[in-house]
Design a protein around this ligand. Structure first.
Ligand code: ADP
Ligand code: MG
Length: 273
């Protein structure tokens, strides 16, 4: 996958500094070089404060980069404005940890999913209702969800609605930033299954960001490890255990293994890790 095709998204020497009043500045991204290839899921893992969200926010232009370049399908998008930026917003969708932050409590789920379809003139209003029902079905929500309001859905159902809205505009890329981190383990697993299914159906490229290496590894083809704003290593997911060289990656892996060990001890199993 990463061998011959041109990347759909490429970041070169990306830097982001935040002014920190009284402390000079914080370098949240430090010379980040990354490629996302068509159809792949690239995991980004690192502990809290390592710069993962900043990376996602720079790609989606919610933050301005300090220096460096970003290319989408070979085109420099670093300084995009106006209509081209609006089109980029359509192609690059983002799913955050807290779905409640993007809902309007007075907007029904149906309208929430329908809005971008109409805003981007994907279809006529008369066609949108059926499209919404189809999208809800694809993310595993019943048709009745269309008439509900955000507070009537569980956290997992809300996140499904956010994904329905994101895939409705047929984006090239979806960035998931800690999208499953607030969910209980079984619901989290259901969301990961949904993600795998959607990738298979649509071929959408994904960036899956999480502090949890075990979760990232489950859904990603490759994993980029971030530490203090730097990408310290990019590894094939399947070879993570044997190929990790960087001490920071190994320490992340060790913490995953110890959590599993403790869980197994609690369950009284002797499952080999
Ligand atoms: P992560 O998502 O990996 O937890 P973030 O990208 O949120 O990390 O943060 C990276 C670093 O940048 C942290 O040191 C954080 O305090 C700092 N930071 C993030 N956003 C801002 C901001 N708006 N202003 C100042 N510093 C920020
Ligand atoms: Mg974050």
């Amino acid at each position: 996958m990463s061998g011959h095709e041109a990347p759909i998204l490429e970041l070169t020497e990306l830097n982001k500094c935040y002014a920190a009043p009284g402390h000079g500045s914080v370098q949240a991204l430090c010379n980040v070089n990354l490629q996302l290839y068509p159809g792949e899921c690239l995991g980004i893992v690192g502990e809290s404060g390592s710069g993962k969200s900043t990376l996602a926010r720079c790609i989606t232009h919610l933050e301005k980069v300090t220096s460096g370049q970003m290319f989408y399908r070979g085109k420099d998008i670093t300084q995009l404005k106006g209509e081209p930026l609006r089109q980029l917003y359509k192609q690059v969708q983002m799913v955050f940890q807290e779905p409640s932050s993007i809902f309007n409590p007075r907007t029904s789920i149906g309208k929430f999913v329908r809005e971008p379809l109409l805003n981007y003139k994907m279809m006529r209003r008369s066609e949108a209702e059926t499209a919404v029902l189809r999208l809800l079905e694809r993310v595993g929500l019943p048709a009745e969800a269309a008439d509900k309001y955000p507070h009537e859905l569980s956290g997992g159902e809300q996140q499904r609605a956010v994904i329905a809205r994101a895939i409705g505009v047929q984006p090239d890329i979806i960035l998931f930033d800690e999208a499953t981190s607030a969910l209980d383990a079984p619901i989290q697993q259901q969301m990961l299954d949904l993600l795998v299914q959607l990738r298979r159906e649509t071929g959408v490229s994904c960036m899956f960001i999480s502090h949890d290496l075990a979760v990232v590894q489950k859904v990603s083809d490759r994993v980029a490890v971030m530490n203090k704003g730097e990408i310290v290593e990019v590894l094939e997911s399947a070879k993570l255990t044997t190929a990790a060289r960087h001490p920071y990656t190994r320490s992340l892996m060790a913490s995953v293994l110890s959590v599993r060990k403790i869980r197994n001890e609690i369950r009284g199993t002797k499952e080999v890790i």
